[in-house]
Design a protein around this ligand. Structure first.
Ligand SMILES: [Zn+2]
Length: 496
């Protein structure tokens, strides 16, 4: 029964557990809604503008258990989207991330999304301007199970299936496609026939598809360039994606030759899965249909390819004595990238990092431990070009004492006043120096470029106001003061 167990590894699995629910792949009738649209959409086939690439938003709901553990990593989400877009390139359909990610910590949704409790939790999270894709472990689904929920119109992908073809398969259902073997989906023919002469009628409502294409518009997936498939993937004779050699005849007596590597089949472990041209057209027509109007945003995501990870700016590498109350981390902006993943870990291997998804290129972190060494790195999270992303090389810094007697902070803590500044105003900041000393002041742009350096900033003991007559355009800046003990950085904003 090797083939049977392997077929269960794929796509939306077939199991008595979820046979009563309204999910794809649990009964043939679940696909009928999409097929009704497909039939109607076919009337519009000539009206379609075939040259127009469309961009479709996905809201990712990333589910962890109650303790916040087990969530698919952001890096894996990027890989999922990269692969999904490769499958959909021929359809001229591309997906982009509708930020921010929705993080859900719920053990039931995580492992048993089709339970009553699981289903009751879903509506709270659905958004109405993107395709809702939930990702969790799905332990109580069939192994590697994923599904498209017809009524509520969302996709669930299990963690283990996220880097395979399952997301594309479910997206096919979302855009009206049925299985290539529709009608045979859940027939118990695996053990009752040797496939030599299958019954003429696989189910009560449709005839077996014929090789001569004479009934392809009326049966199975209603598409003619997907040849008949009598669910051979489930046969004990079948091994993964090998060409079907069951020598099966259709009701006309013609030898049936299915398309093993079709994304809407159940054949497993194919090296290259594809949609056919008719499937691509059907999906594009479904995208253009009134039911999918909410996805027709007209938005074009930034297309710049992120070739390099961002440079890390602050704190400078191997900085010491950072104030535990708050550490500002910043990095260089990449063109077209708004979101970044920041990871901070005590160990350089980032085994269990503290993660922040940051909208922008800096963040103030306030919960790090005193006197602890940390490593940090940044992964760009582009909304669309998510293939082959790299983390920045990691850097390290060490926190100072927790008791507020951190010497660098005591010496250099300062406030910029006023903040925000107005353009044309010089830079003015107040500080209290415990002793006379010489500092270096640096002014950074929001992208980390050094705009100005004041090398011998001489401080007197006690409170004082320093004026630095630099001309600044509106925007965000970082002002850093440094001596031999370390440095201290403040963000400042200049407005028109
Ligand atoms: Zn399916």
């Amino acid at each position: 029964m090797k083939a049977l167990s392997i077929f269960l590894l794929l796509f939306c699995g077939f199991t008595p557990l979820i046979a009563q629910t309204h999910f794809c792949c649990t009964s043939s009738s679940d696909q009928e809604q999409g097929l009704e649209r497909l039939k109607r959409n076919r009337q519009n086939i000539l009206a379609r503008n075939r040259d127009e690439l469309v961009y479709i938003p996905i809201k990712f709901h990333l589910i962890a258990n109650d303790a916040g553990q087990g969530r698919l990593t952001y890096e894996e989400v990027m890989v999922l989207l990269c692969q999904l877009n490769a499958y959909f390139e021929p359809a001229e359909m591309q997906f982009y991330i509708d930020f921010p990610f929705n993080l859900i910590d719920n053990s039931i949704l995580y492992d048993d999304p089709v339970s009553d409790t699981g289903q009751s939790l879903i509506p709270d999270h659905l958004v109405d301007d993107a395709i809702n894709v939930f990702i969790g472990r799905g332990l109580l689904l069939p192994p590697y199970g994923s599904f498209y929920a017809v009524e509520a119109d969302y996709i669930f992908v299990s963690n283990d299936a996220s880097d395979g073809e399952a997301p594309a398969h479910e997206m096919g259902h979302f855009f009206s496609l049925a299985h290539t073997f529709r009608g045979w989906d859940f027939e118990d023919i695996i053990t009752t026939t040797n496939y030599q002469v299958p019954p003429d009628v696989p189910s009560e409502f449709q005839p077996a598809e014929l090789m001569d294409q004479s009934n392809c518009l009326e049966t199975a997936d209603l598409l003619c360039d997907t040849p008949p498939d009598y669910y051979f993937a489930a046969s004990p004779l079948q091994d993964d994606c090998e060409e079907w050699s069951g020598n099966t005849f259709d009701p006309n007596g013609d030898v049936v030759d299915p398309m093993e590597n079709n994304l809407m089949s159940f054949f497993s472990n194919c090296t290259e899965y594809v949609f056919t041209e008719d499937q691509n057209t059907a999906m594009r027509l479904d995208y253009d249909s009134p039911e999918r109007a909410y996805l027709q945003t007209g938005y074009t995501p930034a297309e710049q390819i992120v070739a390099m990870p961002p440079n890390l700016l602050l704190p400078v590498n191997e900085a010491t004595n950072l104030p535990p109350e708050s550490v500002t981390l910043s990095w260089e902006a990449l063109p077209g990238v708004d979101y970044y993943l920041l990871e901070i870990d005590e160990f350089s291997i980032f085994l269990d990092p503290i993660s922040y998804v940051v909208n922008g290129t800096s963040i103030v972190v306030t919960d790090l431990a005193a006197e602890q060494e940390y490593h940090w790195r940044v992964l760009p999270l582009p909304e669309y070009q998510t293939c082959d992303l790299d983390y920045s090389p990691s850097q390290e810094f060490t926190m100072g004492l927790a008791t507020g007697i951190n010497p660098i902070e005591a010496a250099l803590a300062f406030t910029v006043q006023p903040n925000p500044l107005l353009t044309g105003q010089g830079l003015q900041f107040r500080l209290i120096a415990p002793s006379a000393q010489v500092l270096t002041a640096r002014l950074y742009s929001s992208t980390g470029e050094v705009l100005a350096i004041w090398k011998d900033l001489r401080l007197l003991p006690g409170p004082q106001i320093i004026e630095w007559p630099v001309a600044l355009n509106s925007g965000m800046y970082f002002l850093q003061l440094a001596n031999q003990d370390g440095h201290y950085t403040q963000k400042l904003v200049v407005q028109d």
